[in-house]
Design a protein around this ligand. Structure first.
Ligand SMILES: *[C@@H]1O[C@H](CO)[C@@H](O)[C@H](O)[C@H]1NC(C)=O
Ligand SMILES: *[C@@H]1O[C@H](CO)[C@@H](O)[C@H](O)[C@H]1NC(C)=O
Ligand SMILES: *[C@@H]1O[C@H](CO)[C@@H](O)[C@H](O)[C@H]1NC(C)=O
Ligand SMILES: *[C@@H]1O[C@H](CO)[C@@H](O)[C@H](O)[C@H]1NC(C)=O
Ligand SMILES: *[C@@H]1O[C@H](CO)[C@@H](O)[C@H](O)[C@H]1NC(C)=O
Length: 444
């Protein structure tokens, strides 16, 4: 049977077996990349701030057409946030991949892995899997959906042409490998035969292994392209829900959500229409219109947040970013408004290796009032709870509360995970909408 027909047959078979699932069709487990490493909240937040700045620099560099060496910006911290856990093959080989709503190919490192980075789990080994359906051909639709492929022949495919790919990220770095099919197994045994990349040369992916062996062993593509996981699983919608960044409990990624999911509490839902930008087809753009700090609706010209055809501007929501990044001028206005309205002394926290705006807290452990931070979208508002924009640090006998927002340095606004903690975020692709619902994520 041709590979594509096999893929389709397996997908059809899966659709039937998934019909029994009561809640969502597919559930995956999500855990923060630094969970279980024994880091203090201060260390966790420093790492997150570094990652966020690196990510913003990469996204901006791509928009500007520049080539940037990944290691140069990322420093010693890998550019990864939350990892989705599932298995590939039979018997199942566990993988943990970065949940990335900014790209659409799913890949992991595969044996023999001539040019791979060190990872915490064994490399995926197709020879150990009885369900491995082999290499996809160049004419298969998953191969056609990739931007950059090459046809090769492989001894294992009896002279058939096989799909080699090179998939590049924000900074122009690439993962190079072969497109293959095997069974993915999710929580509750939902299984499906899916196309994914067997990455064989991933040295230029920007995944920098720091003092820890990488927990990330590839990327799960949830960006809006043709190959992204929800579409391969025939789901019209997906959601994620991030537990606190300093927490260690898992939470879910759900695909194919029950229609009545939010009906019990409609009052708290904010639903916003997504914007599509052909210049950056994988990104989820939102119509941000303004920002309110405390009593002040900041004087930001409307054009500041506009999506631009060259891909430099606009507001995206990105699961690969930790802290929200704002354009430089907007960041300045937010800072001024916080300094002007908070009745706390400003603290220069450079010596604590924190570059965000911090205030001294009079008593250790206190959570003094700070101005509200509200993001205003066309059609909805995100009135952030304090714990979604302030973080507390203690060092050298000083207690401080700091603003978890970065100066992105470019024209783009990137809404990061810190601002999405304890919220169920639904991407409804059939209707081109995104919804935020407050939730206790480890109980969703
Ligand atoms: C992108 O477009 C915006 C507005 O259309 C313009 O201000 C900006 O200079 C452009 N940037 C680049 C890198 O072309
Ligand atoms: C190669 O292609 C032929 C014809 O399309 C098919 O019958 C055969 O099974 C393929 N071989 C492999 C190993 O995929
Ligand atoms: C891996 O890719 C880089 C460029 O992306 C290339 O220079 C290098 O030769 C490749 N290594 C292998 C083993 O294919
Ligand atoms: C999600 O998509 C499925 C079809 O894939 C649909 O039946 C369901 O109603 C959708 N759920 C929501 C919350 O929109
Ligand atoms: C904070 O302190 C560092 C030295 O520790 C100094 O270089 C920097 O200019 C100070 N920043 C501000 C805003 O005062």
């Amino acid at each position: 049977m041709p590979k594509l027909a096999l893929l389709l047959a397996l997908l059809a078979a899966t659709a039937i077996s998934c019909g029994h699932a009561a809640a969502s069709a597919v559930r995956m487990q999500l855990i923060h990349t630094d969970a279980g490493r024994g880091l203090t909240p201060h260390e966790l937040l420093q790492r997150m701030a570094l990652r966020s700045r690196a990510r913003a620099a990469r996204i901006l560099a791509e928009a500007a057409g520049a080539q940037v060496t990944p290691g140069e910006i990322a420093g010693a911290v890998p550019d990864t946030e939350y990892l989705v856990h599932f298995s590939i093959g039979t018997p199942p080989q566990p993988v943990q991949l970065t949940l990335d709503t900014g790209s659409d190919l799913t890949w992991t490192q595969c044996r023999p892995c001539p040019s791979c980075f060190d990872q915490a789990l064994p490399y995926f080994d197709a020879s150990l899997s009885s369900t491995f359906a082999g290499l996809l051909t160049c004419s298969s639709s998953p191969c056609q959906a990739l931007p950059l492929t090459s046809c090769g022949t492989d001894s294992s495919s009896s002279g058939n042409e096989t799909c080699g790919y090179a998939y590049s990220y924000g900074d122009g770095s690439v993962t190079v490998g072969l497109l293959v099919v095997d069974t993915f197994t999710f929580v509750a045994d939902a299984a499906a035969a899916l196309a994914f990349g067997c990455g064989l040369n991933n040295t230029g992916t920007g995944i920098v292994v720091d003092t820890f062996k990488s927990n990330e062993i590839g990327i799960a593509g949830f960006g809006r392209g043709a190959l992204y996981l929800p579409s391969q699983l025939k789901a019209d919608n997906f959601s994620y829900c991030f537990t606190a960044i300093t927490g260690t409990t898992p939470s879910p990624v759900l695909l194919g959500l029950p229609a009545n999911l939010f009906s019990s509490d409609p009052g708290t839902i904010q639903t916003i229409t997504l914007i599509q930008n052909p210049a950056r087809p994988s990104f989820y753009y939102l119509p941000l219109q303004g920002i309110t700090v405390g009593s002040t609706n900041l004087p930001i010209p409307e054009s500041t947040f506009a999506v631009t055809a060259n891909g430099t501007g606009g507001t995206i929501i990105d699961s690969g970013t930790g802290m929200t990044s704002l354009p430089h001028d907007v960041y300045g206005l937010v800072l001024d408004a916080f300094v002007g309205q908070a009745s706390l002394p400003v603290l220069n926290a450079t010596s604590m290796s924190v570059s965000q705006l911090c205030f001294t807290v009079p008593t250790a452990g206190a959570r003094p009032d700070v101005p509200k931070l509200v993001l205003e979208f066309e059609g909805g508002t995100l009135d952030l709870p304090r714990e979604n924009y302030m973080f507390e640090i203690e060092a050298a006998g000083v207690s401080a509360t700091c603003l978890a927002v970065n100066d992105g340095g470019g024209a783009m606004t990137i809404i990061g995970n810190y601002q999405q903690q304890s919220m169920h975020v639904l991407h409804d692709l059939a209707n081109n909408k995104l919804s935020f619902v407050p939730a206790q994520c480890d109980q969703v």
